[in-house]
Design a binder for this molecule. Structure first.
Ligand code: SER
Length: 528
């Protein structure tokens, strides 16, 4: 049984039990600012749980597209390195809104796992919240006590985010045997690889507010979530989710594009996983960018590109992987097909921009990494990090990720100090000129070179020519690495400080030269 068949079996089972099949909500929760991405099947039902909305049904079942990066449930750094973590996955779920509660939820979970999915009964273990005697007693009907384990709040109390619906939970785990370690119970299975969690039943009873206080919900509800990819891996008897049909086929596509053979390398896992988060998020209306959700997407994309490079993929390639995804999942999720061109275009532009940044700092970065790996401290110094940013425009965030992937850390304290010093230098170099000096300086300048035209309302990036370089009151022809100066352009997208808004920061780039813009001002009308 593979993804499509198991998905259908799950939904069919709950339809037969009186549940309404509700379509997945988008991975971008447009109406819920408390989360960056849809992280569970229950998100779309939050208002019903809170008693703020009513639906014509009290039982529902879904297969929900989930993205777990950023926020409370963040699996990004694990992806590629464990057998089960994904940033994008499908969560199969059944829900009761003040209808049935623990007894039926447990009985349904047991029936479906053992009779329909035909998982081996003797390998199923369950965990319950340590204070939940009721759940413990109910499970005893199905599972011998030696396979029922009580765990604390960290494992068995589920919350959607820092605020919102929450409650104690009970998990079904599958013992995958000696191959996955010699743990004898979930209690001593440190990395969770042997006792493999595949289904979580949440007994949704409380609403947590901003102060952390929990108030009972108007009704007792059920929210369950089963990872489809994990289930498929169990049914196929394969060691990890990357051997399941959809992900393995995406990996095969990466093999085709790169000409490399897959040997369980993390890089293949990362690309196969990340292409799904990216494509679904873009299809559902998000875009890589500089803040919040967009920033997280950019991070995912850049991680995929970086791992792609370790497979020799130097040019934009994600669009080709996305093509395979469209054919694998487009039938069940037609939004992928409708947004196909948009997805590929956005991926291409983002990839290309990032590749440019990488190649600017690339060689020097590799040397820094190699040297730091050999060092005892396993640290990239503040000077090196600063040089990468200041001279090559290589973003600190990116460096932090790359460092982490290489088992290194970055001396942030020293970095921040250097950055502060650089700002100070640039402020000092343009020490407030007197009004008279400004007039003297720029009146003639404008006559000769014209004014700077501002295009920043329409675009954040543009091409222009340098019309002047000043150090203090001196007009200079050139500046060298490490020096500060005031640069004037004929056309600019940098907004100058005025009307209560601070000046833009960013980069001016010409071939290998990068000028880091710390501030933008308009010292004289028309001069930016
Ligand atoms: N909300 C729970 C989870 O995400 C069960 O669906 O694990």
């Amino acid at each position: 049984m593979q993804s499509q068949e198991l998905r259908r079996k799950f939904l069919h089972f709950f339809r037969e039990k009186g549940h309404t099949i509700v379509p997945s909500s988008p991975v971008v929760p447009h109406d819920d600012p408390s989360i960056l991405f849809t992280n569970a099947g229950m998100n779309q039902f939050k208002k019903i749980f809170l008693g703020q909305a009513v639906m014509p049904y009290t039982r529902a079942s879904t297969t929900q597209k989930c993205v777990r990066v950023g926020g409370k449930h963040n699996d990004l750094d694990n992806v590629g390195f464990t057998s089960r973590h994904l940033t994008f996955f499908e969560m199969l779920g059944n829900f009761s809104f003040g209808d049935y509660f623990k007894k039926e939820a447990i009985a349904y979970a047991w029936e479906l796992s053992t009779r329909v999915l035909e998982l081996e009964e003797s390998k199923i273990w369950v965990t319950v919240f340590e204070k939940d005697d009721e759940a413990y007693e109910l499970w005893k009907q199905w599972v011998p006590e030696k396979r029922i384990v009580r765990l604390g709040e960290k494992d068995n109390f589920w919350a959607m985010g820092d605020t919102g619906p929450c409650g104690p939970c009970s998990e079904l785990l599958y013992d995958r045997g000696d191959l996955f370690g010699n743990a004898t119970s979930p209690l001593n299975d440190v990395d969770g690889e042997r006792f493999f969690e595949f289904w979580n039943l949440v007994f949704m009873q409380f609403n947590r507010d901003f102060s952390g206080k929990m108030a009972p919900l108007p009704k007792q509800n059920i929210d369950t979530g089963m990872g489809l990819e994990r289930l498929v891996s169990l049914k196929l008897g394969v060691n990890d989710v990357f051997q399941t049909d959809i992900l393995r086929s995406l990996i095969a596509q990466v093999e085709n594009i790169s000409g490399k053979t897959y040997k369980s390398d993390p890089a293949f896992h990362v690309v196969a996983d990340h292409i799904r988060s990216l494509s679904f998020a873009i299809a559902d209306g998000a875009q890589p960018g500089n803040v919040e959700r967009g920033y997280v997407l950019r991070k995912i994309l850049r991680r995929a590109v970086r791992y792609g490079r370790t497979l020799g993929l130097q040019k934009p390639f994600l669009g080709q992987v996305a093509d395979r995804l469209f054919s694998l999942m487009g039938e069940d999720f037609p939004e992928l097909i409708s947004a196909k061109d948009k997805i590929k275009e956005i991926l291409y532009v983002e990839e290309e921009n990032f590749i440019k940044t990488l190649s600017r700092g690339g060689n020097i970065l590799q040397t820094i990494i190699d040297n730091s790996k050999k060092s005892e401290s396993k640290q990239i110094s503040g000077q090196e990090a600063f040089r990468l940013k200041d001279t090559y425009g290589f973003p600190l965030d990116e460096l932090l990720l790359i460092a982490k992937d290489n088992g290194l850390n970055v001396n942030l304290e020293a970095f921040n100090l250097l950055e502060e010093e650089a700002k100070e230098r640039s402020r000092a170099s343009q020490k407030e000129l007197s009004q008279e000096a400004k007039v003297n300086l720029f009146e003639g300048f404008v006559k000769k070179h014209g004014t700077s035209s501002f295009v920043g309302y329409d675009t954040l990036e543009t091409e222009g020519s340098i019309t002047g370089i000043f150090q203090g009151v001196n007009s200079v022809e050139r500046i060298s690495e490490g020096e500060s100066a005031l640069i004037i352009l004929d056309k600019t997208s940098f907004y100058a400080e005025m009307g209560g808004q601070i000046g833009d920061t960013g980069l001016i780039v010409h071939n290998d030269a990068i000028f880091s813009v710390e501030d933008t001002t308009q010292p004289f009308t028309g001069v930016i």
